[in-house]
Design a protein around this ligand. Sequence first.
Ligand code: RB5
Length: 153
Amino acid sequence: MAVKVAIGSDHAGFELKTAIRAELEARGHTVIDCGPFTAGHCDYPDAARDVARLVSNKNCDRGVLVCGTGIGMAIAANKFRGVRAAVCWDADSAKLARQHNDANVLCLGGRVVDADPGVKMLGIFLETAQSRDERHRRRLEKVAKIDAAERKA
Ligand code: RB5
């Protein structure tokens, strides 16, 4: 099923974002590229904000963010209501991020992940469904309650 995916990076993730974009387009998905569009230095919170906002507002089904490690992107993206951004580093982490955490934003590290495994993780992230297991749903409901109760803005 074709989905709408917002993507973004900083300079450290630019190359992998370019490969991610090509893969998404080859698979027939709609891509909203929040930039950057050149490899020059830039700040990861800018793309994290734009991608996470699109996912939070349900204007996109999923997001993909790439910085040096994926960590800064995840920290920033998870400030947005309803965003579950997960740093993934291999096929298993990408699969479990979907099954157990219903992650809706994939965060990758361009300095720690090569293009081929990065693109493989993308495929797993898009194709894996959330687990129907009650215990994972219960835990996600608890996360949503924290989100609603503790968020100030
Ligand atoms: C940029 O040098 C680097 O700090 C950034 O890409 C990212 O890894 C932060 O989490």
